[in-house]
Design a protein around this ligand. Structure first.
Ligand code: B12
Ligand code: SF4
Length: 589
């Protein structure tokens, strides 16, 4: 029987796999299970889904059935483990799972851990209902706790580093457990297989102190021996199912010499031909003497790095000063993204809507620039989000002083009470931008600004009467207009293609074309299915080229338009008008 079962909600975390191995090494059988299908079905539609009671009810019922099934495969484990995140939705998701585990397995002990216990250990232990938690890096402490609780070892729980427990009168949280540099240097290569992807890491920690960030290990990264990493990757090469290696370091390129050495080894051993790699980076780590580090980017490409997640956060220098400590400028961020794109590396970029000092004009410049770069195909951007203020972060401390905290409903409030959990959003001081954020939160209980928010953003800019904000508002409006025109055009093309194929087929069958005869012809499923399939095929080909044309200029764009014409007879003009589209006889009648 499995003694320790780690449960996760959104896919299995690497941290749990590391702990599973530690437990197994000490003779404690452990396994990882995930409720991600259930979770994704209900909550993966944005934060708004969390505020719906029926979703939480459905989720709870789903968790109950999941645990009933789990009992059949794992029996009654002595321990359960959960990783918790101090983010929106803990109450509706993590706590529900914890409560149901406690109800379904009353004789088991629930131990929690993960980033939430760094920022708010007491609140998370109290409200989740877990029996114990470990704060910080739990490799050694978890093994110790499990051994003591299962009577395999004598010892006092209070002495375990990072332990969070219910004392006689209050919850006690000790200083976070932390592995030494040497322990991490000599750590073994650990990965988690997720389909064709192996998720792993080469170092832990980040020395940057971005005001909003809750990175668990602050300060210079603790690095795993490079030899261990290369040997680990070589071993993975023997598993034919693994095609991609995903490096989860906070920023792989911070220590450039090390990153260069690892990439050189990957190239030397031909591992770049065997795997695609992806990783995370910051803009400043991809700069050299203030310019994009083209040499490094070229090597990334050679080494097989295909994708990167970058915390760009903003395209405005005032925002970057507050949120990223001014470590790079808007111009440098754009240059870096353009260079990466030139080498065909795909980037996904995280964006923030603003800090306390962000003005309406800053926000709109940043928002517009991301839209524009996305439209040009330079990078992909996650929509800008209102900053969540986690306890213990610099932005939380300042926002509390400045009365700039709000709930998910946009209500202005103070900090979450000590020993409780809750979510706080950061509101800017600028009255117009603040109104936009509050209205967004009130309206949707959602902090993500998508393209559906464009009318509200434009209106906000108009209210400011600030010429800079107005300039960007006009640009956004014109871009939105182009997008709309593009969407309409492509819909018209689809209809037109179908009609043309229909006419051709009727002609082949010797039928005189009229609306009535076309309807008769269409009624035969053999005809309609054949025409729909061909039309759909052509439409998809056209659509692909249409999207490509938007990202090109000059000769390459003309070539794409020629290709569009070749397959469908229709191209586009520069302002997205249809060109060369032939009216069908059916339409004329
Ligand atoms: C990679 C990563 C992801 C990957 C995970 C891929 C995978 N399969 O593992 C993806 C992209 C899926 C992801 C998603 C999310 N992430 Co993330 N992620 C990270 C990142 C960069 C590295 C995590 C990692 O592997 N660290 C290395 C391991 C060794 O450390 P660890 O995970 O912390 O685990 C140790 C301890 O926490 C503890 N521990 C962990 N679990 C448990 C369980 C028990 C029982 C115990 C006792 C101890 C314990 O012991 C472990 C070993 O030392 C961190 C930043 C960071 N540096 O940690 C952010 C980070 C953890 N993510 C964060 C967030 C917000 C999220 C999301 C909520 C984002 C979202 N809105 O969807 C989701 C939540 C995912 C979920 N499962 O619910 C925040 C958490 C903030 C907070 N205070 O809670 C972080 C800190 C980023 C940040 N700086 O803001 N993430
Ligand atoms: S946001 Fe990124 S760069 Fe900033 S402290 Fe966090 S991990 Fe480091």
């Amino acid at each position: 029987m499995t003694e320790f079962v780690f449960v996760s909600l959104k896919g299995r975390p690497l941290g749990q796999e590391i702990l599973r191995k530690e437990l197994e090494k000490s003779g404690i059988s452990a396994r990882l299970v995930s409720m991600d299908t259930l979770y994704n079905n209900i909550f993966d539609k944005g934060e708004m889904a969390l505020s719906k009671r029926e979703n939480v009810y459905k989720f709870r019922e789903g968790v109950k059935s999941y645990l009933r099934l789990l009992r059949k495969s794992v029996g009654e484990p002595r321990f359960f483990g959960m990783t918790m995140f101090d983010t929106i939705g803990a109450k509706q998701t993590d706590f529900v799972v914890a409560q149901e585990i406690k109800k379904a397995f009353p004789n088991s002990t629930l131990i929690a851990g993960g980033p939430a216990f760094n920022s708010n250990p007491r609140g998370f232990l109290r409200e989740s209902g877990a029996d114990y938690a470990i704060r910080g890096e739990a490799e050694k402490s978890l093994v110790q706790l499990v051994k003591i609780l299962s009577g395999k070892e004598n010892g006092r729980i209070e002495k375990i580093p990072g332990i969070v427990y219910r004392g006689k009168r209050k919850i006690v949280a000790t200083k976070a457990a932390r592995l030494s540099l040497e322990e991490i240097r000599t750590a073994e290569f650990t990965y988690l297989k997720d389909g064709p992807v192996a998720i792993t890491y080469t170092e832990r920690g980040c020395p940057n102190a971005c005001v909003f960030c809750t990175v668990p290990r602050k300060g210079n990264p603790a690095k795993i021996d490079e030899k261990t990493i290369i040997e680990g990757i070589l071993a993975l090469a023997k598993n034919p199912e693994i095609k991609t290696i995903s490096l989860q370091d906070d920023q792989f390129f911070l220590d450039k010499e090390r990153a260069n050495r690892i990439l050189d080894e990957i190239i030397r051993l031909g591992l770049n031909k065997r795997f695609a790699f992806d990783t995370q980076a910051t803009v400043e780590s991809l700069l050299k003497n203030g310019k994009a580090d083209v040499q490094l980017i070229r090597k990334m490409k050679r080494a097989g790095i295909k994708g990167m997640a970058i915390g760009v956060e903003a395209f405005n220098n005032n925002m970057l000063r507050e949120l990223k400590g001014g470590r790079y400028t808007k111009e440098q961020a754009i240059e870096v993204l353009k260079e990466i794109r030139k080498f065909g590396i795909y980037t996904e970029n995280f964006m923030l809507a603003g800090g306390i000092e962000t003005r309406a004009r800053d926000f709109i410049e940043s928002y517009y620039t991301a839209l524009r770069l996305e439209q040009k195909g330079i990078a992909h951007f996650y929509p800008s989000v209102i900053v969540q203020a986690n306890k213990g972060t610099a932005i939380h401390t300042r926002a509390e002083k400045e009365n700039a905290l709000a709930t998910m409903n946009g209500r202005r409030v103070g900090a979450v009470k000590s020993g409780r959990t809750g979510t706080r959003m950061v509101l800017p001081k600028d009255e117009h931008l603040r109104a936009l954020f509050v209205e967004k939160l009130r309206r949707e209980k959602e902090r993500v600004f998508t393209s559906a928010d464009i009318p509200h953003i434009v209106k906000m800019a108009q209210n400011t009467k600030d010429p800079v904000a107005l300039k960007y508002a006009r640009k956004i409006q014109s871009m939105a207009g182009q997008r709309e025109a593009g969407r309409n055009l492509i819909e018209r093309i689809k209809g037109n293609l179908m009609e043309r194929i229909l006419e051709r087929e009727m002609k082949k069958a010797g039928i005189v074309i009229s609306r009535k005869s076309a309807q008769e012809f269409w009624k035969n499923p053999e005809n309609s299915e054949r025409i729909t399939a061909e039309g759909e095929h052509l439409y998809q080909a056209y659509r692909k080229l249409f999207v490509r044309a938007h990202t090109q200029k000059g000769i390459p764009r003309l070539r794409t338009i020629q290709e569009m014409k070749k397959i469908t007879g229709a191209g586009i003009t520069y302002n997205y008008q249809m060109k060369g589209i032939r009216k069908t006889k059916l339409r004329a009648k």
